[in-house]
Design a protein around this ligand. Sequence first.
Ligand code: SF4
Ligand code: SF4
Length: 463
Amino acid sequence: MVDKDTDIIKIDEELCTGCRRCAEVCPVDAIEGKQGTPQFINVEKCVMCGQCIQICSAYASIFEEYRTSREDKLRERKMPVTLEEPIFAAYNIGDLPKVKKALTNTEAFTMVQCAPAVRVAIAEEFGMPLGSLAPGKLAAALRQLGFKRIYDTNFAADLTIMEEGSELVQRITEGGPLPMFTSCCPAWVKFVEQEYPELIPHLSSCKSPQQMAGTMFKTYGAQVDGIEPESIYSVAIMPCTCKKFESQRPEMNTDGYQNVDAVLTTRELAYLIKEAGIDFSSLPEEDFDKPLGMYSGAGHLFCATGGVMEAAIRTAYELITNEPIPNVNIQYVRGSQGVRRGVVHAGDVKVKTVVVSGLKNVAPILEEIKKGNADFHFMEVMTCPVGCVSGGGQPKVLLPKDTEIAYKNRISSTYRHDEEQTYRKSHENPEIKAIYKNFLGEPLGHKSHHLLHTEYKQRGYCK
Ligand code: SF4
Ligand code: SF4
C-alpha cells in the first residue's frame, strides 16, 4: 500500500521534456517513462532524496502558455505566488503555508531548528559565493521572521552522538546486532525498510537529530519557557526533502505530540525571507538561543559525508580510553570516495568503521552483511552524493562545474565552522552535560530511551 505522505516529490508533466537526466541520478530507479515523454515517479520505490529536483533543468518559460498557469502551478507546489524565479519540472511540495500560518498565530509558540547544512548554503540564494558560511545571518533572519526560539539541529546532533555512541558500545559489549547502521538519513532508513527489511535490526534505534530536537522542544524546551507542549509549533529547516516524510512518520511522536510540525527546505526558507523583504546579505550576525541552540564542532559535522562517524569517534575514543583524542581531525573518514573503511584504535579496543556516501554504493555492502561476511562494527550511510550539503532541498546549482564548486566549498565551510567552535566534541558541550544532569539522566536511560529512540518497520515495496 502506498502511504499518502509519499506524495512529496513530483514531476510536472507539462514541463518535463523526458530527458531522463533525473533517472541517471536517482539511486533507486524510481523514475519511469520513455525518453522524450513526461516521466513519472514510482512512489513505492522513491526514497524522496530530491536528487531529481537538483538535476532537472526544464523550467516554465515566461514566453510559453501552459494548460496550468504559473500562478496555479505555484499554488499547487505550495510556493509563494510572488516568486520571481524559474519553476522546474521536478519539484517538491512545500510547507510554507503551514509555517506562515503558525508565524501569525498569536497562540502558537514557534520554535525553529536549523540543520547544519543550511548555514553553509543558504547565502547562495542571496547572491553570495557558493558555500558561504552564514550562521549569524541565518539566526538573525529567523528572528526577524518572528520565530520565538531560534534553536539548532546541531545541538541535537550532539545529543545523537551521546545516545548512538552509547548504543554502539552496548552492542559491541553485549552482542549486537552488528554492524550498527546510522539512522540520521531518512532516505537511507526508508531504503532499508523497503528493500532490506531483514537488516532493520542493524539500524540504530536513535531518532535522527531533527526528531530529537523536536522531542526536546516539546519537553525540555517547554519546561525552560514554562509553557505547555501543545502551544509549541516546531519547525525544522532542512537541506533534505525526505525530512518532510520523516516528520510525518507516526513513530516520530512523543506522548501524543508530533516531534516536528513542519519542515522547510533551505530553498523554501529563502523564499520566505525574500517574501518578507529581508535583505539577507546585510543582516547583522546574531546567535542561536540557549539552551537548545548551543553546539559543538562535532555536531556541525553531521552535514558532511563522514561527519557522523567523525563526531562519534571523537566521543567514543575519549569514553573508552578516558584520555583526550590525540588528533581531533579524523582524516580517514573524510573525502569523496563512495566507500571509506577504517579502524579506530582506542586503547585495546579496535572499532572497524565504514562510511558510505551515495545510496548506490551501499548495496554490495548490504549483500555482504546478508551473507554474514561483514567484518566491521559501525556504518554511516548518507543518501546524497557528499552528504546533506548536497541534499535535495539545497539551493539549486545548474551547471555541473558549479555543482562541483558548490559541494567543495560547502564541505570546506563545514570543516572551517567546526574549527571555529569553542567545543569540538559532543560530550564537551556544556548544554549537553546540563540536559543529562537536569533532565534526561543518562544516555540509554529510561527517559532518553522514551524520548530519543524509536523503532523502524518493513514498508510496502520489497525488491
Ligand atoms: S523531470 Fe526534469 S530531468 Fe527528469 S526527465 Fe523531466 S525534464 Fe528531464
Ligand atoms: S526523490 Fe530521489 S528517489 Fe525519489 S525519484 Fe527523485 S531521485 Fe529518485
